[in-house]
Design a protein around this ligand. Structure first.
Ligand code: HEM
Length: 149
C-alpha cells in the first residue's frame, strides 16, 4: 500500500505546521532587516505573514483559503506599489533561504521550494537599484556624453 504517489508537496513536508514555521521564520527575518522591512507598509506584519502562508499552502497543494480570502493572487499587480529592486529581491530571498533551512524539510524539498521562489522573485523585480543622482555622478555622465554639435 502506498499513497505517496498522490501525496501533495504540502502533505509531504508536514502540512500546516511546516508552512506556519517556514513563513514565521521568514517574517522574523524581515522584521529584523531595516532595509527590507521598510518596504512593508503596515506596522503589524501579522496579516502579511498570514497571506503569504495561505498563498504557499495553496500553491503546494494544501487548503485553498488564499483564494477564498484574497481572490486571484495576481502577484505582479500586488507587488506593484512596492519598490522591488534586485537588492530587495536578494534580501527577500536570503531570508527565505534561512527560513527554508530551518523549516525541517528535506534537502530535496528545500531545493524544490527554492526553485519556485527564486524564479518567482526574479519575475517580481519592478525597479532598478540605480543610485540617486549626486553632483559627482551627474559630472561623470556629462563627461561621458558625446560632444554635441
Ligand atoms: C522579490 C522580493 C519580494 C518583496 C520585496 C516582496 C514584498 C512584499 C510586500 C511589501 C508585500 C505586502 C505586504 C502587506 O500587505 O503588508 C507582499 C505581499 C505578498 N507577497 Fe511578496 N515580496 C517579494 C517576493 C514574493 C514572492 C517570490 C512571492 C511568492 C512566490 C510573494 C508573495 C506574496 C504574497 C502572496 C503577498 C500577499 C498578497 C496579498 O494577498 O495581499 N512575494 N510582498
Amino acid at each position: 500500500m502506498t499513497t505517496s504517489q498522490t501525496q501533495s508537496f504540502y502533505d509531504a513536508v508536514g502540512g500546516h505546521e511546516t508552512f506556519v514555521r517556514l513563513v514565521h521564520t521568514f517574517y522574523v527575518g524581515v522584521a529584523a532587516d531595516p532595509e527590507l522591512r521598510a518596504l512593508y507598509p503596515d506596522e503589524d506584519l501579522g496579516p502579511a505573514e498570514v497571506h503569504l502562508r495561505m498563498f504557499f499552502e495553496q500553491y503546494w497543494g494544501g487548503p485553498t483559503a488564499y483564494s477564498e480570502f484574497r481572490g486571484h493572487p495576481r502577484l505582479g499587480m500586488r507587488h506593484a506599489p512596492f519598490a522591488v529592486s534586485p537588492r530587495a529581491r536578494d534580501l527577500w530571498l536570503t531570508h527565505m533561504h534561512t527560513a527554508l533551512q530551518e523549516s525541517g524539510m528535506t534537502d530535496d524539498q528545500v531545493a524544490q521550494f527554492w526553485a519556485y521562489v527564486s524564479r518567482a522573485a526574479h519575475f517580481l523585480v519592478n525597479t532598478t537599484d540605480e543610485p540617486e543622482a549626486t553632483p559627482e555622478l551627474i559630472a561623470i555622465e556629462e563627461t561621458e556624453r558625446p560632444p554635441s554639435r
